[in-house]
Design a protein around this ligand. Structure first.
Ligand code: PLP
Length: 376
């Protein structure tokens, strides 16, 4: 087995940034509940409020709008279930934590590029006068495709709807300006940008009022009770700051991703790069090898030390045809045969070479066994 290991699954979780590790260690050494009035409590409160300001800066919002929660999944649930809107519309390509928060929500269709069909969406929204909540992600976790969220927010507001945007995958990879987007609610997760797992934020702006899901001690201005996760919050802020400072690194990441796709297509013209040519995150490549199950590909690459995901892998590790690719109209031989290769700030050209070697080994073996089967 190849002893080299190349981690190309950054959209699942990113390595902890050294700055975050240092901030977590410092926060762990501090005893004090931010709600306590004494000096250690006040010091903890300062750490939380400083972190809130950093997160706010990352995406251009007021610090008061930042509500710390346990991660992207909770942020999405709080947005969808706490908004008080009975009518909910979600795009068909949302993360499962949005789709399953309100299973009977109306689905907003996407076109073959994975992008919300705006005129159709507006008709759908106008068809029912009840005040609604609309949820569309900024960037897709499987394909990296970027939705026209500013236009979607404008349509939502024109019809009196609130707009929620899951920016979990976008934050830290591309500039995110929430005021420019015009989103009322925004979800963030620390571990996607180099912070620890188990911490995230929901941004609550403007007209959005929130009914808390978790009640008790009144923390987070009554919007999310429970003693604050001080090390998590400190690590989140340190990672967010490092991500802001390192946004320019993603141009290098984009070049690596683009060369990976180009070399792979040159060697295997039947491979399909999903969303090629469309606005996409710079770090994500979704690549189909038609009729070869994504699971088979992920296992073959892992045996060679290369870690990627099947587009539709969920936490149980179960892999099915991707709902995202199905919503884009791809047939099962593509929707079940797409792997996601996701890069990050420390990805090297050597890791991309390693991926390409492992992929080519797998491809030649599969092609040879296909040829042998046809000859038999
Ligand atoms: N939203 C998107 C787009 C995601 O990719 C993820 C995680 O994969 C989540 C939400 C959930 O975030 P968390 O793992 O912090 O609960």
């Amino acid at each position: 087995m190849n002893r080299r290991e190349s981690y190309l699954d950054w959209n699942a979780t990113a390595p902890l940034r050294p700055e975050a590790a240092a901030a977590i260690t410092a926060a762990l050494a501090h005893c004090g509940n931010p709600s306590s009035v004494h000096r250690w409590g006040r010091r903890a409160r300062q750490m939380v409020e400083g972190a809130r300001e950093t997160i706010a800066l990352l995406i251009g919002v007021d610090p008061e709008s930042v509500v710390f929660v346990s991660g992207g999944t909770e942020a999405n649930h709080l947005a969808l279930l706490g908004s008080g809107r009975r009518r909910v519309l979600v795009s068909a390509v949302e993360h499962s934590s949005v789709l399953q928060a309100v299973p009977d929500a109306d689905r907003i269709a996407v076109d073959s590029r994975g992008i919300v069909d705006l005129p159709r969406f507006e008709d759908q929204l106008a068809a029912d006068p009840r005040p609604a909540l609309v949820s569309v992600m900024l960037a897709n976790n499987e394909t990296g495709l970027i939705e026209p969220v500013t236009d979607i927010a404008a349509v939502a507001h024109r019809h009196g709807a609130l707009f929620h945007c899951d920016a979990v995958q976008a934050a830290g990879k591309i500039p995110v300006d929430v005021a420019k987007i015009g989103a009322d609610l925004v979800s963030l997760s620390a571990h996607k940008l180099g912070g620890p797992s188990g911490i995230g934020a929901l941004i609550v702006r403007g007209a959005a009022e929130l009914t808390p899901m978790i009640r008790g001690g009144g923390q987070e201005r009554g919007r999310r009770a429970g003693s604050e996760n001080l090390p998590g919050i400190a690590g989140f802020a340190a990672a967010a700051r490092a991500a802001m400072d390192g946004l320019a690194d993603y141009e290098r990441v984009r070049e690596l991703r683009d060369s990976l796709e180009a070399l792979l297509l040159e060697a295997a013209p039947e491979a399909v790069v999903i969303g090629a040519g469309a606005p996409r995150l710079p770090n994500t490549a979704a690549i189909a090898l038609p009729s070869v199950s994504a699971e088979t590909q992920v296992i073959a690459l892992d045996l060679d030390g290369v870690m990627v995901s099947a587009g539709a892998a969920c936490s149980s590790g179960k892999v099915g045809p991707s709902h995202v690719l199905q919503a884009m109209g791809f047939p099962p031989e593509i929707a079940g045969s797409t792997i996601r290769v996701s890069l990050g700030w420390s990805t090297t050209a050597a890791e991309i070479d390693h991926f390409l070697q492992a992929w080519m080994t797998m491809y030649r073996r599969i092609s040879a066994s296909g040829a042998a089967a046809r000859a038999a």
